[in-house]
Ligand binder design. Structure first.
Ligand code: RB5
Length: 146
């Protein structure tokens, strides 16, 4: 599995923990930036990661900003993307199992590094349950064409 990572200056504090989780799982990652603490605009990094997934350059993604809110809202503007803002491990699990999210978003100002590591591992190792959840996810995606 290849995982795309993107963050702004508010989320960069969690990047090493996310990378550690990905590497320990034996997965590859692509880091779309940002790479330092200079102030940047989170929609730019949301777009890079979301488009990488739509293009097939990555299978899943992790986005990080100060809260995880702005970068998740931005990613969900890209057609075909389901990005879940997660702040607990159960939500990280459900985002994959029920919502078939390709991306999770977390906040460097609200989530601890060790929790970001755990949530990333949970998200990346949880499979979509399908069944009734597939029908609901199909309904979500159909909203793009209404
Ligand atoms: C940047 O200051 C901050 O607004 C951003 O990281 C994020 O929290 C937005 O949702």
């Amino acid at each position: 599995m290849k995982v795309a990572i993107g963050c702004d200056h508010g989320g960069i504090v969690l990047k090493d923990s996310v990378i550690k989780a990905i590497v320990e799982l034996g997965y590859e990652y692509v880091d779309y930036g940002t790479y330092d603490n200079a102030s940047v605009d989170y929609p730019d990094y949301a777009e890079k990661v979301a488009r990488a997934i739509i293009a097939g350059d990555a299978d899943k993604g992790v986005l990080l900003c100060g809260t995880g809110i702005g970068i998740s809202i931005a990613a969900n503007k890209i057609d075909g993307i389901r990005c879940a803002h997660v702040t607990d491990n159960f939500s990280a699990q459900m985002s994959a199992e029920h919502n078939n999210a390709q991306i999770i978003a977390m906040g460097g100002r609200i989530t601890k590094e060790e929790d970001a590591y755990t949530f990333t591992k949970t998200f990346l190792t949880t499979e979509f349950a399908g069944g009734r959840h597939a029908m609901r996810v199909d309904k979500i995606m159909a909203l793009e064409n209404k």
